[in-house]
Ligand binder design. Structure first.
Ligand code: TRP
Length: 473
C-alpha cells in the first residue's frame, strides 16, 4: 500500500480542490489545464535559469555547452520528466508511495530513487537558499542604491563583500529558510499560486527589456558569438557532465518532484504535450537570460568564467546603462526572488512530505525539523566564502560540493533508474494508457518513440556521460 497523502497535503495548484478526480477523494488535484502548466513551470523556472544557466554556460565555453545542454534536455531531461509525470498520475501518490505502487511492493529496490530524492532535496536547498539569500540581499541593496555601476570593480566589490561576510551570508539564508518553511506550513495557498501565475509573465517581459538593452550594447556581437558559435574543441567529459546535470536541474527531474506534480494532474491532461511546453518555455527563459547577460559581459569587461557571481555583477551594469535603471533592478530581483521561491517550495516539500507521511509527524513539526537541519547543513554552504572556505572535499567547497553532487550524480542516477524502470520493467500498456489518456489522444507514434527512447537512448546516454564524467570509464 502506498503511503497515504494527508488531508492537508501539498496542493501546488491555485484551484486545487479535493476530490475532483475519481477515486482519490482525499487528494488535491489541478483543476484547470493552464493551472497544470503554470504549476509545473513554476517548479522548473527558478535560479536555474537566471543564475545557474549563465554561470555554467560561461564556465564551460558558451555555444558548445549550450548545444550539448539542448540535446541533453531533449533526450534525457524531457523523457525523465514524462516518466515521472506518468508514474505520478498513474499512482496518484507521493514520490515514495508512487514507486511502491508501480513496483508492486513496499520494499522494492526502486525505493532508492525516493531515498536519493530526499537527500538531493536537502543538498540542493543547502546551496539554493544561499543564492536566494543573495537575491533577497540585492533587493535591499538596489533600493538603497550604490549597486548601479558599469564599473566591474564596483559591482564585483559589492558582491564580494556580501558573500565573504559570514553574518550577512547566514542571516539572508536563514531568512529565506524561515520564509519557505512558513509557506510550507501554511500549505501552498491560492495566493502564492495565483501570484506566481501572474508574475511569471512580468519576469519574462523584464527579461525582454534587458535583452533589448543588452543587444544594443557595443559588445553584443561578441556576446552572441560566445553563446551561439560553437567551438567543439572545448567539449570535455566535464563539460558533458555539467550540461547533462543542468538539464536535470532545470526541469526539476530525477528526484520525484515531478512524480508528486503528476499525481495532481487532471485525467484529461496531455502529458507529453505539457512536458514539451514546459520544457520549451523553461528553455526560452534561460536563453533570454543568456542573451541579457553575455553581451554585457563583453561590453563592460567581465570574465564569462566568473561562475556563480556572474548574474550579480553583470545585471547591475546593464541596469546602470538604462533610464530608471534602479527601478527596473528592484523589480528584476523581486521577480527573481519569486521565481526562486516557487522552485524552493517544490523542493522543500519532498523531505517534509516524507517525514509527514512516513513517520506521521505533523506538517508543522516536519517543516521545523527540516528547516533546522537545513540551517545547519546550509550554513556550511553559506559560509563557503568566509569561515568554511578551507573546508574542502575532493577539492570543492561545501557550496560547490552540494551543487556538483546533486546535479551531476544524484539526479542523473535517479533519472537513469526511472527511465530503466519505464523502458524495461513497467508494463508498456500502463505507459501507453497514461500517455494516450486511455486511448483518447491519438498519439501512438509519440508513445512508441517515448518508450524506445526510455529503453535505448536516455539510460545509455546517462550512463556513458555519468561514468565518463566521473572518470570511471
Ligand atoms: N528547476 C528549478 C530551477 O531551475 C530548481 C528545482 C526545483 C529543482 N525543483 C527541483 C531541481 C527538483 C532539481 C530537482 O531553479
Amino acid at each position: 500500500m502506498a503511503v497515504k497523502q494527508g488531508e492537508k497535503g501539498f496542493q501546488p495548484l491555485t484551484e486545487a480542490a479535493a476530490g475532483k478526480v475519481a477515486g482519490v477523494a482525499s487528494r488535491g488535484s489541478f483543476v484547470t489545464a493552464i493551472g497544470v502548466i503554470t504549476a509545473t513551470l513554476g517548479s522548473a523556472v527558478g535560479l536555474g535559469n537566471i543564475w545557474k544557466f549563465p554561470s555554467l554556460t560561461g564556465l564551460n565555453g558558451g555555444a558548445s555547452f549550450l548545444l550539448v545542454y539542448l540535446l541533453s534536455t531533449l533526450f534525457v531531461g524531457l523523457p525523465v520528466m514524462i516518466s515521472e509525470l506518468t508514474i505520478g498520475r498513474r499512482t496518484r501518490a507521493n514520490a515514495i508511495g508512487a514507486l511502491q505502487k508501480v513496483a508492486g511492493s513496499d520494499r522494492t529496490p526502486w525505493l532508492v530513487i525516493g531515498v536519493l530524492g530526499v537527500l538531493s532535496a536537502f543538498f540542493i536547498l543547502a546551496f539554493y537558499t544561499e543564492v536566494a539569500g543573495w537575491v533577497f540581499a540585492y533587493i535591499v541593496k538596489s533600493v538603497s542604491g550604490g549597486l548601479l555601476s558599469t564599473d566591474p570593480a564596483v559591482t564585483t566589490g559589492v558582491f564580494t563583500s556580501l558573500i565573504t561576510d559570514p553574518v550577512q551570508s547566514l542571516v539572508w539564508q536563514w531568512l529565506v529558510l524561515v520564509l519557505v518553511g512558513f509557506i510550507i506550513i501554511l500549505g501552498v495557498s491560492k495566493g502564492i499560486e495565483q501570484t506566481t501565475k501572474r508574475l511569471m509573465p512580468v519576469l519574462f517581459a523584464l527579461l525582454l527589456i534587458l535583452v533589448v538593452r543588452s543587444l544594443t550594447l557595443p559588445g553584443a556581437g561578441e556576446g552572441l558569438a560566445f553563446l551561439f558559435k560553437p567551438d567543439f574543441s572545448l567539449l570535455t567529459k566535464d563539460v558533458l557532465l555539467a550540461a547533462m546535470g543542468l538539464s536535470f536541474f532545470k526541469l526539476s527531474v530525477g528526484m520525484g518532484t515531478m512524480i508528486t506534480y503528476g499525481s495532481y494532474y487532471r485525467e484529461d491532461q496531455n502529458i507529453p504535450k505539457t512536458a514539451l511546453t514546459v520544457m520549451l518555455a523553461d528553455l526560452s527563459v534561460s536563453i533570454l537570460a543568456g542573451l541579457a547577460i553575455f553581451p554585457a559581459v563583453f561590453t563592460f569587461g567581465y570574465e564569462p568564467t566568473a561562475g556563480p557571481s556572474l548574474l550579480f555583477i553583470t545585471i547591475p551594469s546593464i541596469f546602470a546603462s538604462l533610464p530608471f535603471g534602479s527601478v527596473f533592478m528592484v523589480m528584476f530581483f523581486v521577480l527573481a526572488a519569486i521565481a526562486a521561491l516557487g522552485a524552493m517550495l517544490s523542493i522543500f516539500e519532498v523531505p517534509v512530505a516524507y517525514l509527514n507521511e512516513r513517520f506521521n509527524i505533523s506538517r508543522r513539526t516536519s517543516s521545523i525539523i527540516i528547516g533546522v537541519l537545513l540551517a545547519l547543513v546550509g550554513s556550511l554552504a553559506a559560509l563557503s566564502n568566509s569561515l568554511t572556505a578551507n573546508l574542502k572535499l575532493f577539492g570543492l567547497t561545501m557550496f560547490d560540493l552540494f551543487d556538483f553532487t546533486t546535479s551531476n550524480i544524484f539526479l542523473p542516477v535517479g533519472g537513469l533508474l526511472l527511465t530503466i524502470f519505464v523502458g524495461w520493467i513497467w508494463n508498456p500498456k500502463e505507459t501507453e494508457d497514461e500517455l494516450t489518456n486511455k486511448g483518447v489522444i491519438k498519439n501512438t507514434s509519440v508513445v512508441k518513440a517515448f518508450i524506445l527512447i526510455c529503453r535505448f537512448v536516455s539510460p545509455v546516454l546517462i550512463l556513458i556521460i555519468l561514468l565518463n564524467g566521473l572518470g570511471l570509464f
